[in-house]
Design a protein around this ligand. Structure first.
Ligand code: HEM
Length: 150
């Protein structure tokens, strides 16, 4: 019985890191971006990316191996909504990742990049945070069998 509990704990820890990373990006992107801040943002974004990949892997392991079985989740509307929102959050995270890496590399090679798109990145981070919030609601409903359609 320890493995399902470990997987559930890991699942919660990973989306905790995701939420903490997004909140940190939201706060730091409001400041003037210099070389040190660009490096910090790139590192936070890397942790976010790794945690998102890991939460996906752990999530599917829970679907197929450690929880109620795939028939339950594939027959639940909130599971599909949760995964759909996860995909939208993933797409919204691409442009910030590209720009944060570009800024970090520019500063590292001694250039001063144009960081005027920081307010736009903040808006995308807010979209991602709202998405993760909705996933928390979907998860609670899904886990209790609300939204079964077969
Ligand atoms: C940022 C992404 C995610 C967040 C915030 C999240 C959130 C949660 C939460 C809060 C729970 C506990 C629900 C409860 O017991 O009340 C949960 C359970 C679960 N999640 Fe996720 N999750 C995420 C990604 C995923 C992904 C990508 C998958 C599948 C591919 C997944 C599959 C599951 C499964 C199978 C459970 C167990 C539900 C049950 O107890 O029957 N999650 N998730």
């Amino acid at each position: 019985m320890i493995t399902p509990a470990l997987m559930a704990s890991l699942h919660h820890l990973l989306f905790f890191i995701i939420i903490a990373s997004l909140v940190a990006e939201l706060i730091l992107l409001a400041r003037p971006i210099d070389a040190a801040l660009a490096k910090r943002l790139a590192r936070i974004d890397m942790h976010y990316g790794i945690s998102a990949m890991a939460v996906l892997a752990v999530g599917f392991m829970r679907v197929f191996m450690y929880e109620k079985g795939e028939a339950f989740y594939f027959g639940n509307a909130f599971f599909h909504l949760k995964i759909g929102i996860f995909a939208v959050v993933g797409i919204a995270s691409i442009y910030p990742t590209v720009l944060l890496m570009r800024w970090y590399r520019a500063f590292r090679s001694g250039q001063t990049p144009d960081t005027r798109r920081a307010p736009l990145l903040r808006k995308l981070v807010i979209v991602e945070l709202v998405g993760v919030g909705l996933m928390l609601v979907c998860a609670a409903l899904m886990a209790r069998g609300v939204g079964m359609f077969r």
